[in-house]
Design a protein around this ligand. Structure first.
Ligand code: SF4
Ligand code: SF4
Length: 380
């Protein structure tokens, strides 16, 4: 870290360590073919706070540079890029989050906050249902599986719509803070060539592919497991979201009210997405628990597990609701599912999910940089 940087906090500041490591790497450059981080690093001789925030979010935490490094511990240089960048990333999650107090609360104990929030939301929705004069457990099951008899559509849409608007605003604020910290204008973000390139990298998880050999995660052996579990999680979430959008269009544009048949478009999309959201997060948790402690930041484990657990619970409760919608416990399953979904969305801006936004934005910036000639200040 530059000694005149007011944010520098001596040896305890992850940015100070990050800058020290980047200076060593910039002299060495052995790892330049591994990922997008090292070519971006080579464009710089000095590393400001913003540069380190950018590079840390460009890193996808594969660990490959750690396993290849001749200066990693026990060498006295103590070069550990993935761990250093994991610590810097965690710092950026708090720095860019909006509103900040919620981020601080979540950062201290992400898993407990997520579970308590989900429980509180389930209890609040149960109370609201009872206040509306509905029963949570039906005396007579409805063969059609109509869950609006437990909670009116306007209440359900109001709760989820309010949560969605708040989360969209919080995520947009986080993105704007990240992008401004990079020193880029918002108009640069919309440059079609950079956007197209970054979108391709994101949707294919290009860097987790390791040029066909896979990624060194959770340990030194290469594997495609992390990439496929990520794909199942991301596309599973996207399909579930698409199911909600199609259901909303059916309701408001065509007046077709839920419940929809098992072979209808919203149910097919939701079921396929739900299966992906069961397998993907379970696989990611399995990998996470086996990941090399040398390359990870233990302080983030709770936050990571909280996100994975809420994704899994969202899918499990959604599929259970679909399977048992014509049973007497339909109302109970409905409030559990809505509570878990709301908790998942409310924690998105403060947990692991923001990695997807900041990393995607970092890839756009990387594409913008690649379209520029190498700066004269570079070492080439
Ligand atoms: S991680 Fe190690 S081997 Fe790789 S560039 Fe840095 S110093 Fe060199
Ligand atoms: S951990 Fe992987 S993604 Fe991160 S800098 Fe090292 S090689 Fe690149």
């Amino acid at each position: 870290m530059h000694v005149d940087d007011p944010t520098a906090d001596g040896a305890n500041d992850p940015l100070v360590n990050g800058e020290r490591i980047m200076r060593i790497c910039n002299a060495c450059r052995y790892c330049e073919g591994y990922c997008a981080v090292f070519p971006a690093m080579e464009r710089r001789l000095q590393f400001t706070r913003s540069d380190l925030n950018y590079l840390a979010n460009l890193c996808h935490d594969c660990g490959e540079c750690y396993y290849a490094c001749q200066y990693s511990p026990p060498h006295e240089f103590n070069v550990n890029v993935p761990k250093s960048f994991a610590e810097i990333r965690a710092r950026t999650y708090r720095q860019y989050a909006w509103p900040a107090p919620l981020a601080a609360m979540f950062a201290r104990n992400g898993l407990a906050v997520s579970l308590v929030l989900a429980l509180m939301l389930v209890l609040a929705l149960s109370a609201a249902t009872l206040v509306l004069g509905k029963d949570l457990v039906a005396a007579t099951p409805d063969p059609a599986g109509d869950f609006y008899r437990f909670m009116p559509h306007r209440v359900m849409a109001g709760v989820l719509g309010g949560v969605f608007l708040f989360v969209a605003l919080a995520l947009a604020m986080g993105f704007i803070r990240f992008w401004r910290d990079m020193g880029e204008s918002l108009s640069e973000f919309t440059r079609p060539d950079a956007l197209r390139r970054a979108l391709g990298d994101v949707l294919t998880l290009k860097y987790l592919d390791g040029k066909g050999a896979g990624c060194t995660y959770p340990d030194e052996r290469r594997s495609q497991a992390r990439r496929w579990f990520h794909h199942l999680t991301f596309y599973g979430f996207a399909l579930c979201f698409a199911a909600t959008v199609v259901g909303t269009i059916y309701h408001y544009a065509f007046g077709w009210k839920a419940p929809y048949g098992y072979l209808s478009l919203p149910v097919v999309l939701g079921t396929s997405g739900g299966v992906g959201l069961l397998i993907g997060p379970a696989g990611l948790l399995w990998l996470k628990l086996r990941s090399d402690p040398q390359t990870s930041d233990p302080g983030q484990l709770g936050m990571d597990v909280a996100f994975i657990a809420l994704l899994f619970a969202t899918s499990l409760s959604g599929l259970a609701l679909l399977a048992l919608r014509d049973s007497s416990v339909c109302g109970l399953l409905l409030v559990v599912h809505l509570g878990v979904v709301s908790a998942l969305f409310l924690t998105l801006p403060y947990g692991k999910a923001v990695h997807g936004i900041y990393r995607s934005a970092a890839l756009v910036r990387c594409a913008l940089e690649k379209s520029q000639p190498m700066p004269d200040a570079g070492l080439d």
